[in-house]
Design a binder for this molecule. Structure first.
Ligand code: NI
Length: 269
């Protein structure tokens, strides 16, 4: 089964003891590409995903300041992001957005830093990855106002919204990415939303080390477990897991206009 993990925090300290082995397990499970999210521990380390992208041809990187750390963002950080955005393997800006569940940064600051980063991502011509928790109305309004006119699109990551919200995201040009929480018994609403997404707009992710899928729930998550998300959503869509996984992998490559890495098992020469 060929799989792509569209969102993983492989730089996080939870992988300090076995990072290499974790990446080997991902490859053994069929992961042919992975987007390493570069929000890291916050703006003090904006290049946290880049060492992986530099070292592994199958790993790509994002950069950005998470809404949790918006209050730490300075103009210098934003300038540094614009420079990092030019790295050839930086393919997305994020995760950025709004989080009213934790409210780690004041909401007006979250709004400003979200807007500022959308403006920079537009200049860099990079798709954005949206983190939105308990803030869909404001998040979608800002996207409609600032991002939609760019026509660049992006990813609604770890989607947990309603069917109505998924439609608005699709209208704004976004891919919709589902994580391990789509496999939990009580999240039928997420699976219902997954039924509404056209097959060519769906992505899957682990959001490692968080949100381990059902069989591993409560444990540390890792990219190798992406197959569980593929199985659950394939079932929702009445497809074979292999078919669904291959479709989401192809969606990732076509959205980011990537060429298949040469060592990929399914590559054609
Ligand atoms: Ni994340």
């Amino acid at each position: 089964m060929e799989l792509v993990d569209s969102h993983a925090h492989i730089d996080f300290p939870q992988f300090a003891d076995d990072r290499e082995a974790m990446l080997d397990r991902a490859r053994a499970a069929g992961v042919s590409a992975l987007l390493a999210i570069g929000t890291g521990p916050g703006p003090e380390k904006l290049d946290s995903a880049l060492p992986f992208a530099d070292r592994y041809d199958w790993i790509y990187a994002s950069i950005g300041i998470h809404p949790h750390e918006a209050k730490q963002a300075t103009p210098q950080h934003l300038e540094e992001l614009s420079i990092l955005a030019k790295h050839p393997k930086v393919i997305a800006w994020g995760e950025i957005g709004l989080d009213y569940f934790y409210d780690h940064s004041p909401r007006d600051v979250q709004h400003r830093v979200f807007r500022d980063q959308m403006a920079l991502a537009r200049d860099a011509k990079l798709p954005i990855i949206i983190h939105c928790r308990d803030a869909w109305a404001d998040c979608l309004a800002l996207i409609d106002e600032v991002w939609r006119p760019t026509g660049i699109g992006g990813i609604l990551h770890c989607f947990t919204g309603t069917v109505g919200e998924v439609r608005r995201g699709l209208d704004a040009g976004f891919m919709i990415s589902f994580a391990g929480n789509s496999t939990y018994p009580k999240t039928q609403h997420i699976r219902d939303a997954a039924k509404e997404v056209p097959l060519d707009r769906i992505l899957i992710e682990t959001d490692s080390p968080f949100l381990a899928p059902q069989p591993y729930r409560g444990k540390r998550n890792e990219p190798a477990y992406i197959a569980e998300v593929a199985r659950t959503l394939a079932n929702v869509r009445n497809l074979l897991p292999e078919e669904f996984a291959a479709t989401t992998a192809a969606n990732f490559r076509s959205f980011f206009q990537l060429v298949r890495p040469p060592d990929s098992p399914a590559s054609i020469s």
